[in-house]
Ligand binder design. Structure first.
Ligand code: EZ4
Ligand code: CO
Length: 402
């Protein structure tokens, strides 16, 4: 088999997505997600100018060699732009291989280790009462695990709450929005949310929480301790994890399970965290990790240290990325949970998907390949719009982690 053509499709059905489509001389094609939220066109240029010309005519079955060629062969390794570009190619190649084999992708990975994939969804409110109600609504929909985020008194537009919690509206975000943050206000308020949610909804629901890299290690330790009575499934992204050693301090102080990794690009970003068992869940995801090939390696490495998986699955991971993640989730012996924030209906129209959601669990489906496609005609009706993630400042104006 030979690669005859590779297209990069950019569309914005409510938010921007970059999709790679690889065509072959045997008529089979595969698709992959290459979306990097807020820096989409950098990945497009990387693919069109620097990757695609090298791949035309190659055998799409040589996935490992193509991955190494793009990773090692560039000399300049790692980084989100590079790894999203490689991911788009790698995911599309696995899609082709599984279609050629006449199997759903999870069969090629080693088969299903479970019947269904537990997922967690999001509940949010501008205050605690609203979030408690939102948790109730998600429970009514059948979800078993729920990430809870609340606004903080005195702070407008806190991460994960308000109208921007659901999706990025490209038109509103043509320049980066500015949000405001105060760790002291947050640390005093957040534990009260979980007390209220447990009081209202009991012990059975799995509760999760995301601090979006905003704390220092000792602040994270304090929060972890404060949340221990509420038995969280995990506390996510407490600190900026460039300094992996920072987790040693958090770990010494709290039994609240820790998850991190949505901004990691390679296994080396998480090596120490896994080797020293400083985290309980690794949150890397197919699109940002460089594809299915390295994501499988991360999952296997994590399993050696008893670290479980919790793939990032916010709406900026396209339905293709979610589909690919779900095949890995169904296979991985050390699967933990899959994030599922859901999609706008127009996104699901553009990306016809074999995966299903049933009573709080996902399944990748039995379609050959990874089971997600792109409707190119429909995609063309939603042209790219420049959009940024917000930036975050402390009350005195200091630029902070968003
Ligand atoms: O802010 O994917 O757990 N989910 C998250 C996400 C990230 C976005 C960034 O593009 O933290 O909502
Ligand atoms: Co997060």
């Amino acid at each position: 088999m030979k690669i005859t053509d590779i297209k990069v499709i950019v569309c914005s059905p409510g938010r921007n997505f970059v999709t790679v489509k690889i065509m072959t001389d045997e008529g089979l094609y595969g698709v992959g997600d290459a979306t990097l939220n807020g820096r989409e066109l950098a990945v497009v240029a990387y693919l069109e100018e620097h990757v695609i010309p090298c791949l035309i005519g190659r055998d799409p079955h040589q996935i490992e060699d193509i991955w190494q060629y793009l990773y090692r062969g560039a000399y300049w390794r790692r980084g989100p732009v590079t790894m999203c570009a490689i991911s788009g190619i790698d995911t599309a190649l696995w899609d082709i291989k599984a279609k050629a084999a006449g199997m759903p992708l999870y069969q090629l990975l080693g088969g299903a280790s479970r019947d269904k994939v537990l997922c967690y969804t999001h509940a949010q409110g501008t205050d605690i009462a609203e979030c408690v109600d939102a948790v109730g609504a998600k429970l009514d929909q059948g979800f078993k695990a729920i990430r809870c985020q609340t606004g903080i008194p005195g702070l407008p537009n806190v991460y994960g709450t308000g109208k921007y919690a659901v999706t990025t509206n490209a038109a509103d975000d043509a320049m980066p929005r500015e949000e405001m943050w105060s760790t002291p206000k947050y640390l005093n308020y957040a534990p009260k949310l979980f007390e209220a949610v447990r009081n209202a909804h009991g012990e059975d629901v799995h509760l999760l929480h995301d601090t979006h890299h905003r704390l220092t290690p000792i602040e994270a330790a304090r929060l972890g301790k404060a949340l221990e009575p509420y038995n969280l499934f995990w506390l996510e992204d407490t600190v900026a994890a460039e300094l992996q050693e920072g987790f040693r301090l958090i770990r010494q102080h709290t039994t609240t399970p820790l998850a991190v990794g949505e901004v990691f690009n390679t296994i080396w970003d998480a090596r120490l965290l896994m080797e020293e068992q400083l985290i309980d869940y690794i949150r890397m995801t197919v699109v940002h990790a460089g594809g299915i090939t390295p994501m499988r390696r991360v999952m296997d490495f994590a399993s050696v240290y008893g670290v479980r998986t919790g793939c990032h699955g916010a709406m900026d991971m396209s339905p293709i990325c979610l589909g690919a993640n779900l095949h890995l989730d169904l296979w991985a012996p050390n699967f933990g949970i899959q994030e599922f924030s859901g999609y706008l209906p127009e996104i699901l129209d553009v990306f016809p998907s074999a995966w299903t959601l049933n009573d709080g669990n996902l399944h990748p489906g039995e379609a050959h390949g990874h089971g997600v496609d792109i409707d190119e005609d429909l995609a063309a009706k939603y042209p790219y719009q420049r959009a940024y993630l917000p930036v975050n400042r402390l009350e005195d104006g200091t630029l902070w982690h968003w």
